[in-house]
Design a protein around this ligand. Sequence first.
Ligand code: SF4
Length: 222
Amino acid sequence: MITRKRLIEIYQLLYDVFGPQHWWPGETQFEIIVGAILTQNTSWTNVEKAMKNLKSAEFLNPEALHNIELSQLAGLIRPAGYYNIKARRLKNFLNWLFDNYDGQLINLESVDTSQLRSELLAIKGIGPETADSILLYAFKRTTFVVDAYTARIAARHGLIEPGADYEQLRELFQSNLPQDTQLFNEYHALLVKLGKEFCRPKARCPGCPLEKLPHELDITHL
Ligand code: SF4
């Protein structure tokens, strides 16, 4: 019960200070999916450059990206870094989409969330953070996205043991918050902002929206 109250309290403090984050940037469902795959290990600015290349070349749709040569795709997404690996990941996603769902994102709408999550996780190169980002931001499914920022903030605020894995961390939020897609959407984005601006490896507690809540910085391996 204390955890539930604290999680809501944290959300309200963050929202009051930072306001809505308007995630996920992307005009279409497919753009959100491509962005979620490209953003692994790189900044959003670099992802935007890669997306711009894809859009200018008119490849930012499932059919075109499924048919494009791997080497050409890698060249277009080069600004996103790890472009050969990411080109293969995009192809893996598209092969799964075309092999199982006729290449139509609309066909995924009727698939149950846990089934869809399992299928996304079975695609080579799609890890839990990417799968949950796709589910939450592209398909508006009620699944909480966690990342290294979430882990650091939750551990420092005594909400979870340091070193908790992805699923434990996700469960913390997923099971203690109201099942509200918009809340999950905003909460993850706010935690990312907090992690970037204040809760860095070397914490900047003075002036942080969560400064007044109990926290412990003596967690050396975060
Ligand atoms: S910077 Fe300090 S107060 Fe802010 S979230 Fe991190 S540990 Fe908490």
